[in-house]
Design a protein around this ligand. Sequence first.
Ligand code: ADP
Length: 320
Amino acid sequence: MLKRIGVLTSGGDSPGMNAAIRAVTRSALSQGVEVVAIEDGFKGMVEGKMYLMNSKSVSDIMFRGGTILGSARLPEFKDIEVRKIAISKLEEFGVEAVVVIGGDGSYRGALALTEMGINCIGLPGTIDNDIVSTDYTIGFDTALNTVIQNIDKLRDTSSSHHRCSVVEVMGNKCGDLALFSGLSCGAEMIITAETGYDEQEVLKRLRELDETRRKKHAIVVISEKITDVEMLANKISKATSFSGRSTVLGHIQRGGSPTAFDRVLATRMGDYAVELLVKGIGGHCVGLVDNKITSYPIEEALSLPRPSRKQLFGLHQRLI
Ligand code: ADP
Protein backbone atom coordinates (compact mmCIF):
# COMPACT_ATOMS: atom_id res chain seq x y z
CA MET A 1 0.00 0.00 0.00
CA LEU A 2 1.43 3.32 -1.15
CA LYS A 3 1.82 5.74 1.79
CA ARG A 4 3.57 8.86 0.52
CA ILE A 5 4.28 10.37 -2.90
CA GLY A 6 6.18 13.44 -4.05
CA VAL A 7 5.33 15.98 -6.73
CA LEU A 8 7.70 18.29 -8.59
CA THR A 9 7.82 20.61 -11.60
CA SER A 10 10.88 20.56 -13.82
CA GLY A 11 12.32 22.20 -16.94
CA GLY A 12 10.55 25.19 -18.49
CA ASP A 13 7.40 26.23 -16.59
CA SER A 14 3.96 26.40 -18.14
CA PRO A 15 0.52 27.73 -17.16
CA GLY A 16 -1.53 24.90 -15.70
CA MET A 17 1.30 23.31 -13.72
CA ASN A 18 -0.35 24.57 -10.53
CA ALA A 19 -3.65 22.99 -11.49
CA ALA A 20 -1.77 19.71 -11.97
CA ILE A 21 -0.05 20.03 -8.57
CA ARG A 22 -3.45 20.65 -6.98
CA ALA A 23 -5.02 17.65 -8.69
CA VAL A 24 -2.16 15.33 -7.73
CA THR A 25 -2.28 16.51 -4.12
CA ARG A 26 -6.03 16.40 -3.62
CA SER A 27 -6.45 13.14 -5.51
CA ALA A 28 -3.75 11.43 -3.42
CA LEU A 29 -5.09 12.81 -0.12
CA SER A 30 -8.60 11.63 -1.00
CA GLN A 31 -7.18 8.10 -1.27
CA GLY A 32 -5.26 8.28 2.00
CA VAL A 33 -1.87 8.87 0.33
CA GLU A 34 0.32 11.64 1.77
CA VAL A 35 1.96 14.18 -0.52
CA VAL A 36 5.37 15.81 -0.28
CA ALA A 37 6.13 18.95 -2.29
CA ILE A 38 9.58 18.84 -3.90
CA GLU A 39 10.81 22.35 -4.73
CA ASP A 40 12.87 23.30 -7.79
CA GLY A 41 12.61 20.04 -9.71
CA PHE A 42 15.34 17.39 -9.52
CA LYS A 43 17.71 20.01 -8.10
CA GLY A 44 15.51 20.45 -5.04
CA MET A 45 15.18 16.68 -4.76
CA VAL A 46 18.96 16.30 -4.55
CA GLU A 47 19.14 19.17 -2.05
CA GLY A 48 16.31 17.75 0.06
CA LYS A 49 14.04 20.78 -0.44
CA MET A 50 10.81 19.00 0.47
CA TYR A 51 7.85 19.53 2.76
CA LEU A 52 4.66 17.68 3.59
CA MET A 53 1.50 19.23 2.13
CA ASN A 54 -2.12 19.16 3.17
CA SER A 55 -5.25 20.01 1.23
CA LYS A 56 -4.86 23.71 2.08
CA SER A 57 -1.35 23.83 0.67
CA VAL A 58 -2.86 23.84 -2.81
CA SER A 59 -5.78 26.22 -2.16
CA ASP A 60 -6.14 29.15 -4.54
CA ILE A 61 -3.41 28.08 -6.95
CA MET A 62 -5.55 26.74 -9.81
CA PHE A 63 -5.77 30.10 -11.57
CA ARG A 64 -2.14 31.12 -11.09
CA GLY A 65 0.42 30.80 -13.88
CA GLY A 66 3.94 29.52 -13.22
CA THR A 67 4.50 26.88 -10.55
CA ILE A 68 4.29 27.29 -6.77
CA LEU A 69 6.95 24.60 -6.44
CA GLY A 70 9.52 26.42 -8.57
CA SER A 71 11.35 24.77 -11.40
CA ALA A 72 15.03 24.30 -12.18
CA ARG A 73 17.42 22.48 -14.44
CA LEU A 74 20.06 20.10 -13.14
CA PRO A 75 22.03 18.57 -16.03
CA GLU A 76 24.04 16.54 -13.46
CA PHE A 77 20.92 14.46 -12.82
CA LYS A 78 22.08 12.28 -15.73
CA ASP A 79 24.84 11.08 -13.41
CA ILE A 80 23.80 7.98 -11.46
CA GLU A 81 25.76 9.13 -8.39
CA VAL A 82 23.69 12.35 -8.27
CA ARG A 83 20.48 10.32 -8.60
CA LYS A 84 21.63 8.11 -5.71
CA ILE A 85 21.81 11.23 -3.53
CA ALA A 86 18.28 12.15 -4.68
CA ILE A 87 17.02 8.70 -3.74
CA SER A 88 18.57 8.92 -0.28
CA LYS A 89 16.77 12.26 0.22
CA LEU A 90 13.47 10.73 -0.93
CA GLU A 91 13.99 7.88 1.56
CA GLU A 92 14.72 10.38 4.31
CA PHE A 93 11.32 12.01 3.64
CA GLY A 94 9.56 8.65 3.18
CA VAL A 95 8.69 9.41 -0.46
CA GLU A 96 8.03 6.17 -2.32
CA ALA A 97 6.93 7.45 -5.73
CA VAL A 98 6.93 10.78 -7.60
CA VAL A 99 4.83 12.70 -10.13
CA VAL A 100 7.15 14.67 -12.42
CA ILE A 101 5.54 17.56 -14.31
CA GLY A 102 7.71 18.80 -17.17
CA GLY A 103 8.93 18.25 -20.70
CA ASP A 104 10.73 15.36 -22.36
CA GLY A 105 13.99 16.05 -20.48
CA SER A 106 12.08 15.69 -17.23
CA TYR A 107 10.56 12.46 -18.54
CA ARG A 108 14.09 11.07 -18.98
CA GLY A 109 14.87 11.95 -15.38
CA ALA A 110 11.61 10.29 -14.28
CA LEU A 111 12.48 7.14 -16.20
CA ALA A 112 16.00 7.03 -14.79
CA LEU A 113 14.61 7.25 -11.23
CA THR A 114 12.02 4.57 -11.94
CA GLU A 115 14.79 2.26 -13.13
CA MET A 116 16.45 2.80 -9.75
CA GLY A 117 13.35 1.70 -7.84
CA ILE A 118 11.33 4.92 -7.36
CA ASN A 119 8.16 4.75 -9.45
CA CYS A 120 7.67 7.99 -11.36
CA ILE A 121 4.87 9.21 -13.61
CA GLY A 122 5.47 12.05 -16.08
CA LEU A 123 2.88 14.74 -16.84
CA PRO A 124 3.41 16.89 -19.96
CA GLY A 125 3.93 20.43 -18.67
CA THR A 126 5.19 22.64 -21.48
CA ILE A 127 3.81 25.36 -23.72
CA ASP A 128 5.60 23.89 -26.74
CA ASN A 129 3.24 20.95 -27.41
CA ASP A 130 6.37 19.03 -28.34
CA ILE A 131 5.49 15.82 -26.53
CA VAL A 132 4.21 13.36 -29.06
CA SER A 133 2.48 10.98 -26.62
CA THR A 134 -0.26 13.55 -25.99
CA ASP A 135 -2.40 15.57 -28.36
CA TYR A 136 -2.00 18.59 -26.07
CA THR A 137 0.47 19.47 -23.35
CA ILE A 138 -0.49 21.42 -20.22
CA GLY A 139 0.09 25.11 -21.02
CA PHE A 140 -0.10 24.96 -24.80
CA ASP A 141 -3.65 26.30 -25.01
CA THR A 142 -2.89 29.21 -22.68
CA ALA A 143 0.27 30.13 -24.61
CA LEU A 144 -1.64 29.86 -27.87
CA ASN A 145 -4.25 32.32 -26.59
CA THR A 146 -1.51 34.70 -25.47
CA VAL A 147 0.06 34.56 -28.93
CA ILE A 148 -3.30 35.13 -30.62
CA GLN A 149 -4.12 38.17 -28.46
CA ASN A 150 -0.78 39.71 -29.36
CA ILE A 151 -0.99 38.97 -33.08
CA ASP A 152 -4.50 40.48 -33.18
CA LYS A 153 -3.07 43.68 -31.73
CA LEU A 154 -0.21 43.69 -34.22
CA ARG A 155 -2.66 43.22 -37.05
CA ASP A 156 -4.60 46.35 -36.06
CA THR A 157 -1.55 48.53 -36.27
CA SER A 158 -0.06 46.71 -39.27
CA SER A 159 -3.06 47.42 -41.46
CA SER A 160 -2.95 51.13 -40.57
CA HIS A 161 0.64 51.38 -41.81
CA HIS A 162 0.91 48.85 -44.65
CA ARG A 163 3.21 46.74 -42.55
CA CYS A 164 4.37 43.20 -42.67
CA SER A 165 4.77 41.90 -39.12
CA VAL A 166 7.10 38.98 -38.63
CA VAL A 167 6.17 37.36 -35.33
CA GLU A 168 8.49 34.84 -33.72
CA VAL A 169 6.80 32.38 -31.38
CA MET A 170 8.16 29.61 -29.14
CA GLY A 171 7.80 25.90 -29.75
CA ASN A 172 11.24 24.36 -29.38
CA LYS A 173 11.40 22.66 -32.79
CA CYS A 174 7.66 21.90 -32.68
CA GLY A 175 5.68 24.16 -35.04
CA ASP A 176 2.31 23.81 -33.30
CA LEU A 177 2.30 27.22 -31.59
CA ALA A 178 3.12 28.87 -34.92
CA LEU A 179 0.69 26.75 -36.93
CA PHE A 180 -2.28 26.99 -34.57
CA SER A 181 -1.80 30.72 -33.93
CA GLY A 182 -1.29 31.38 -37.65
CA LEU A 183 -4.51 29.51 -38.41
CA SER A 184 -6.38 31.32 -35.65
CA CYS A 185 -5.27 34.76 -36.83
CA GLY A 186 -5.46 34.22 -40.56
CA ALA A 187 -1.73 34.89 -40.89
CA GLU A 188 -0.54 35.29 -44.46
CA MET A 189 2.41 32.95 -43.89
CA ILE A 190 3.37 30.30 -41.35
CA ILE A 191 6.95 29.10 -41.19
CA THR A 192 7.98 26.14 -39.04
CA ALA A 193 10.56 23.35 -39.07
CA GLU A 194 8.01 21.28 -41.02
CA THR A 195 7.44 23.87 -43.78
CA GLY A 196 11.18 24.58 -44.07
CA TYR A 197 12.56 28.05 -44.71
CA ASP A 198 13.65 29.52 -48.04
CA GLU A 199 14.20 33.27 -47.75
CA GLN A 200 13.81 33.95 -51.48
CA GLU A 201 10.52 32.03 -51.55
CA VAL A 202 9.22 34.02 -48.58
CA LEU A 203 10.07 37.35 -50.24
CA LYS A 204 8.56 36.21 -53.55
CA ARG A 205 5.32 35.18 -51.87
CA LEU A 206 5.09 38.47 -49.98
CA ARG A 207 5.66 40.44 -53.21
CA GLU A 208 2.77 38.53 -54.72
CA LEU A 209 0.51 39.33 -51.77
CA ASP A 210 1.60 42.95 -51.97
CA GLU A 211 1.48 43.58 -55.73
CA THR A 212 -1.08 41.10 -57.07
CA ARG A 213 -3.41 40.55 -54.13
CA ARG A 214 -3.08 44.16 -52.91
CA LYS A 215 -3.02 43.07 -49.24
CA LYS A 216 -3.13 45.99 -46.82
CA HIS A 217 -0.86 44.18 -44.41
CA ALA A 218 0.71 40.80 -43.88
CA ILE A 219 1.44 38.69 -40.83
CA VAL A 220 4.20 36.10 -40.94
CA VAL A 221 4.26 33.74 -37.97
CA ILE A 222 7.54 31.93 -37.59
CA SER A 223 8.81 29.38 -35.06
CA GLU A 224 11.82 30.27 -32.94
CA LYS A 225 15.29 29.05 -33.95
CA ILE A 226 14.59 29.29 -37.70
CA THR A 227 16.08 32.64 -38.70
CA ASP A 228 16.92 36.11 -37.41
CA VAL A 229 13.51 37.78 -37.65
CA GLU A 230 14.86 41.32 -37.48
CA MET A 231 17.03 40.65 -40.51
CA LEU A 232 14.10 39.07 -42.33
CA ALA A 233 11.92 42.12 -41.59
CA ASN A 234 14.62 44.42 -43.02
CA LYS A 235 14.78 42.33 -46.19
CA ILE A 236 10.97 42.49 -46.51
CA SER A 237 11.15 46.31 -46.32
CA LYS A 238 13.67 46.31 -49.19
CA ALA A 239 12.01 43.67 -51.38
CA THR A 240 8.34 44.78 -51.08
CA SER A 241 6.34 47.95 -50.44
CA PHE A 242 5.47 46.60 -46.96
CA SER A 243 7.31 48.10 -44.08
CA GLY A 244 8.74 45.01 -42.37
CA ARG A 245 8.68 44.84 -38.55
CA SER A 246 9.74 42.00 -36.31
CA THR A 247 8.31 41.04 -32.93
CA VAL A 248 9.76 38.34 -30.71
CA LEU A 249 7.02 37.43 -28.25
CA GLY A 250 9.46 35.71 -25.88
CA HIS A 251 8.65 34.75 -22.32
CA ILE A 252 5.24 36.42 -22.10
CA GLN A 253 4.11 33.21 -23.85
CA ARG A 254 5.00 31.25 -20.72
CA GLY A 255 2.93 33.33 -18.31
CA GLY A 256 -0.65 34.12 -17.49
CA SER A 257 -3.60 32.47 -15.84
CA PRO A 258 -4.29 29.08 -17.45
CA THR A 259 -7.27 28.72 -19.76
CA ALA A 260 -10.20 26.47 -18.85
CA PHE A 261 -8.84 23.87 -21.28
CA ASP A 262 -5.46 23.74 -19.53
CA ARG A 263 -7.05 23.63 -16.08
CA VAL A 264 -9.29 20.71 -17.01
CA LEU A 265 -6.47 18.90 -18.81
CA ALA A 266 -4.11 19.33 -15.84
CA THR A 267 -6.82 18.20 -13.43
CA ARG A 268 -7.63 15.05 -15.38
CA MET A 269 -3.97 14.20 -15.90
CA GLY A 270 -2.98 14.83 -12.28
CA ASP A 271 -5.71 12.53 -11.02
CA TYR A 272 -4.70 9.82 -13.50
CA ALA A 273 -1.04 10.03 -12.46
CA VAL A 274 -2.03 9.23 -8.87
CA GLU A 275 -4.24 6.37 -10.05
CA LEU A 276 -1.23 4.84 -11.86
CA LEU A 277 1.09 5.21 -8.86
CA VAL A 278 -1.50 3.67 -6.52
CA LYS A 279 -1.68 0.70 -8.91
CA GLY A 280 2.11 0.35 -8.59
CA ILE A 281 2.84 1.57 -12.11
CA GLY A 282 5.95 3.68 -12.77
CA GLY A 283 7.98 4.81 -15.79
CA HIS A 284 4.85 5.95 -17.61
CA CYS A 285 3.74 9.35 -18.87
CA VAL A 286 0.18 10.56 -19.14
CA GLY A 287 -1.33 11.82 -22.36
CA LEU A 288 -4.60 12.99 -23.87
CA VAL A 289 -5.23 10.98 -27.01
CA ASP A 290 -8.49 11.44 -28.93
CA ASN A 291 -9.91 13.10 -25.81
CA LYS A 292 -9.14 10.10 -23.61
CA ILE A 293 -6.65 10.24 -20.77
CA THR A 294 -4.17 7.45 -21.27
CA SER A 295 -0.56 6.55 -20.54
CA TYR A 296 2.50 5.30 -22.38
CA PRO A 297 5.75 3.80 -21.13
CA ILE A 298 8.14 6.79 -21.19
CA GLU A 299 10.65 4.97 -23.38
CA GLU A 300 7.98 4.35 -26.02
CA ALA A 301 6.62 7.91 -25.72
CA LEU A 302 10.03 9.42 -26.36
CA SER A 303 10.52 7.40 -29.55
CA LEU A 304 7.15 8.19 -31.17
CA PRO A 305 7.51 10.13 -34.46
CA ARG A 306 6.15 13.68 -34.55
CA PRO A 307 2.85 13.70 -36.48
CA SER A 308 2.77 15.63 -39.74
CA ARG A 309 0.54 18.71 -39.81
CA LYS A 310 0.37 18.65 -43.61
CA GLN A 311 -3.42 18.77 -43.73
CA LEU A 312 -3.60 21.83 -41.48
CA PHE A 313 -0.91 23.61 -43.51
CA GLY A 314 -2.89 22.77 -46.64
CA LEU A 315 -6.06 24.17 -45.10
CA HIS A 316 -4.24 27.35 -44.14
CA GLN A 317 -2.94 27.80 -47.69
CA ARG A 318 -6.38 27.34 -49.22
CA LEU A 319 -7.93 30.02 -47.05
CA ILE A 320 -5.43 32.86 -47.51
P1 ADP B 1 12.18 19.81 -20.12
O1 ADP B 1 11.73 18.84 -19.09
O2 ADP B 1 11.31 21.03 -20.17
O3 ADP B 1 12.41 19.15 -21.47
P2 ADP B 1 15.06 19.83 -19.67
O4 ADP B 1 15.40 19.14 -20.95
O5 ADP B 1 15.93 20.93 -19.23
O6 ADP B 1 13.58 20.42 -19.65
O7 ADP B 1 15.07 18.71 -18.53
C1 ADP B 1 14.74 19.03 -17.20
C2 ADP B 1 15.63 18.28 -16.24
O8 ADP B 1 15.42 16.87 -16.39
C3 ADP B 1 17.12 18.45 -16.47
O9 ADP B 1 17.63 19.65 -15.94
C4 ADP B 1 17.66 17.24 -15.74
O10 ADP B 1 17.67 17.48 -14.35
C5 ADP B 1 16.61 16.17 -16.05
N1 ADP B 1 17.05 15.34 -17.18
C6 ADP B 1 17.06 15.65 -18.49
N2 ADP B 1 17.55 14.64 -19.25
C7 ADP B 1 17.88 13.65 -18.38
C8 ADP B 1 18.44 12.34 -18.53
N3 ADP B 1 18.77 11.86 -19.74
N4 ADP B 1 18.64 11.60 -17.42
C9 ADP B 1 18.32 12.09 -16.19
N5 ADP B 1 17.78 13.32 -15.99
C10 ADP B 1 17.56 14.09 -17.05
